[in-house]
Design a protein around this ligand. Structure first.
Ligand code: F0G
Length: 446
């Protein structure tokens, strides 16, 4: 049962099958090229696509648009201090802005940066500094059937192996991404957070948490880590983040806004340097590339993320989509993550070879069959890697109802039943940078 009702609605429409087929063809079999108006249930991302509350909309009106010293910035600082426990805040236009600001200060050419798994933009910003991003992912994360409760954890043994290989002096920063988006949205335990903090301290590195989905992670901790049974999500968030020296945050996730982000840190010198870099890339450090009203909505959203029963309903809705898919015979990565269900495309379309992009073929099939848009996170999006071909169905926050989830599961079930109809794809046009090809490449069925 949802503890909210709709106050504003946005019409959506399922185009006819002929229209969907024509739209897919015009989009070059790439769901990023579809017009949103042609999509019925849009599960492309949970980023910036959620529904703001009445309080957040009211906060927009309170937004103080002063260039310097805006009241809205003061309210953001209070929220970050209360919810996350950091005193120094540098607002940015979104999460990758925070990465640019913070890693620009902390990371130099030739450095190595371990992470439980880098999200694409984190990887790109580390690389942009001339450093090498390294994933220290648990072996269990590669097994879609293992029921390990914290498959998102950082593999500390792998971290020590890296230290042995490159030397502690090459590692200025250790990052922990909660939840772990690149590992099917799996959570990270507080116990692991403590171990990673100790590891970072021992090698004298700054411990950064990528906190985009901090509230969803805390809910999993409450459900799965015995030490925290009976704690509030708010208290778990404070506990988990208390070990970090700094955080990067995309407000488009667990601050439930359409745009915004920030970096927050404890160290005064890092704060000063980050503000200077923010002026260069984002804007004056009290607005950070955002309108005052957006800063204000983020200040409210951060608090809502830890207020019961919001996050419990949020994560349970994702689990519900996972269950409906399994009931429809669709193989999914287990357990379901905090923001998305990841469908195992290699098992849905076993006849499509890996070099014909079964994940992307499934994305197209879901759209063709039911106007559902997901995103491929496998061999098409990450060329040259051995990633499993998964399709992510990410749920925007407070947006879709049970009927929409049923439609998604029925659609996927029909695709599975008529799997032989769906062929693989080949790329006919792609941009120069292979890392970005999934955003704009054009394909055709073969
Ligand atoms: N870190 C993680 C773990 C993310 O998932 C994202 C964004 C970012 C950083 C960057 O934040 O988009 O505000 O600049 N993830 C979105 C997604 C885009 O669809 O998973 P941003």
């Amino acid at each position: 049962m949802r503890s909210y009702k709709a106050k504003m609605v946005e019409p959506i429409r399922l185009p006819s099958r002929e229209e969907r087929e024509a739209a897919l063809d015009a989009a070059g079999y790439n769901a990023f090229n579809l017009d949103a108006a042609d999509v019925f249930v849009d599960l492309l991302t949970d980023s910036g696509t959620g529904t703001m509350s009445a309080e957040q909309w009211a906060a927009l009106m309170r937004g103080d648009e002063a260039y310097a010293g805006s009241d809205s910035f003061g309210r953001l600082c209070e929220s970050v201090a209360d919810v996350m426990g950091f005193e120094h805040v540098v607002p940015t236009h979104q999460g990758r802005g925070a990465e640019n600001v913070l890693y620009g200060v902390l990371v130099d050419e030739g450095d190595v940066v371990p992470n439980n798994a880098h999200f694409d933009t984190t990887r790109a910003h580390v690389a942009n500094q001339g450093a090498e991003p390294v994933d220290c992912t648990l072996p269990a994360a590669r097994d879609p059937d293992s029921s390990d409760p914290f498959k998102g954890d950082f593999d500390v043994d792998a971290g020590w192996e890296l230290v042995e290989e490159v030397g502690a002096e090459s590692i200025p920063v250790v990052v922990l991404t909660i939840t772990n988006n690149s590992v099917a949205g799996q959570p990270v335990s507080v116990e692991n957070t403590r171990e990673v903090a100790a590891f970072a301290e021992e090698i004298d590195a700054t411990f950064v948490v990528d906190a985009c989905r901090f509230a969803e992670n805390a809910y999993f901790v409450r459900e799965r880590e015995s030490e925290f049974a009976g704690w509030t999500v708010a208290d778990i968030v404070r506990e988990q983040l208390s070990y970090a020296d700094a955080v990067t945050m995309s407000g488009k996730k667990d601050a439930i806004v359409n745009i915004g982000g920030f970096a927050a840190m404890r160290d005064d010198d890092v704060f000063e340097a980050a503000k200077q870099r923010a002026i260069l890339y984002e804007g004056f450090p009290t607005y950070g590339g955002l309108a005052g009203r957006d800063v204000e909505a983020m200040a409210v959203g951060l608090r809502e993320a830890v207020e019961p029963p919001y996050v419990e309903e949020r994560v349970e809705q994702v689990a519900e989509l996972g269950r409906l898919l399994v009931e429809a015979g669709v193989p999914v990565y287990e357990p379901t993550g905090g923001h998305a269900v990841y469908v195992d495309a290699e098992r849905v379309l076993p006849h499509v070879p890996k070099d014909r992009y079964p994940g992307q073929a499934l994305v197209c099939a879901l759209y063709r069959e039911g106007g559902v848009r997901g995103v491929e996170l496998g061999g098409f999006a990450f060329p040259g890697t051995d990633r499993p071909d998964l399709v992510r169905l990410a749920l925007p926050r407070r947006t879709y109802s049970r009927e929409h989830l049923e439609h998604v599961a029925e659609t996927a079930g029909r695709v599975r039943e008529s799997a032989e109809e769906y062929r693989g794809l080949e790329i006919v046009e792609e941009p120069e940078m292979a890392e970005l090809r999934h955003f704009s490449a054009r394909l055709r069925p073969v």
